[in-house]
Design a protein around this ligand. Sequence first.
Ligand SMILES: Cc1ncc(COP(=O)(O)O)c(C=O)c1O
Length: 504
Amino acid sequence: MSAAGGRAASAPLVGREAEPTIFELSRPGRRSYQLPTSGFEELGPDELVPPEHQRSEPVALAEVSERDLVGHFTRLSHRQYSVDLGAYPLGSCTMKYNPKVCDAVAALSGLSDVHPAAPAELAQGWLATLTELERALCELAGMAAATLQPAAGAAGELTGLLLMRAYDEARGERRQRVIIPDSAHGTNPASVTLGGYEVTTVQSDERGCVDVGALRQVLDDDVAGMMLTNPNTLGLFEEDIVEIADAVHEVGGLMYYDGANLNAILGVVRPGDMGFDIVHLNLHKTFATPHGGGGPGAGPVAVAGHLADFLPGPRAVRLESAGPDDPPRYGWATPARSIGRVHGWHGNALVLARALAYIEVHGRDGLLRVAERAVLNANWLRRRLAGTLAVPFDRPCMHEVVFSAAPVHKRTGASAHDVAKGLIDEGFHPPTVAFPLIVDDALMVEPTETESYETLVALAEAIERVVARAERHELADAPTTTPVRRVDEARAARMLIPTFDARR
Ligand SMILES: Cc1ncc(COP(=O)(O)O)c(C=O)c1O
């Protein structure tokens, strides 16, 4: 089953500038495992697997020893930046340190060794975990019930829009439009379109918040709802949120809360109290679970009572106990008018377990401190860097702050993009650039609560040094210290080569 063919034989194992692929390290017959005897060794392939289900050619797997395998992935990991390595101030995406205790909980064999198809009576611990997480999320969001199935924030958004649609249809309506602010994250308009609605954009005012006058002008009985994140993507709290929610409700629309920024208000104010009807929670942001490479995250959707009947199912529920002294029992139940499944199983379960561990470890006071420190850290950076970069909306921010490199760009020719590349040379992951779209040369910094004062100072000093490099016109080649230097990002995005042909 040699996979890598002639290429493998000629590739040196170590010492190359560029790390070979695992297939280039492959050598015929090398293994990193030993299988125990199965007792079926006597049987031929046709007796084990019906001929129509057999492969016509061997699967192309790399053949490597454990030593080479571990070396390969360790070398690759040393070329990466990660939340375990240092500050990751990527605004809006909320990349914060994931506490190891949550990994330890998710690794408990009572959780990790259970198949999702296990009958409810054999998975009572899991069902209790899911029920408890749903309860905690509803309490934090001020909602009545939730689905834990959506696999990311964007998947939660689509779920929320399908709920909006189901609610509309149940009351005999077919509304066409969903309103989003011009500062919204790109997934919002994409989800609206996928959900079968048209996007109506409403402008922000000079404070960086929804212009309530402009909103009222686009509201009518064709509006199914409004999607909003609060604090918004400028890191600013929408102070008129109650007036906004009332105006949308007056025309019969629903309020959708994009929970990507919930970490700023945890334990302080709840979306339900602000007038929202549907809330998604990015567990991988707020509750510090791994994001993965585009997943596995988790984007549970919590709803107010009038929408609970439409939630995806099945949901883990607590059943009536047989008697007062009997232990609690759990089962699965699908809401009466459910929109159906939005995940093959019950959601990204081990991420869900980590989130519950995070909530339990912090407790109510701890979660409040998470929000307070995230806001304090962002405001400290806002004040510290105000002389280095422009601050387009210079008022107290929430958990993230949006700077503009536009003046630096004008003076030196170095854009926000160049500043971000320079920061890589300083040993930091760059902040988000070019978003929100309504800020020129945006640099969106979210320090999160996990970074210490010393790290914040180091990050600020690094940004100051990078801007000084820009003044000396030294940023065009940045980053200069990474294994891969500056890439042509447009070409890289348009000419994706996402597969490696091991047989070449
Ligand atoms: C404001 C906002 N909404 C939605 C999303 C989408 O969330 P996810 O990445 O979990 O799909 C993001 C992601 O960064 C976001 O920042």
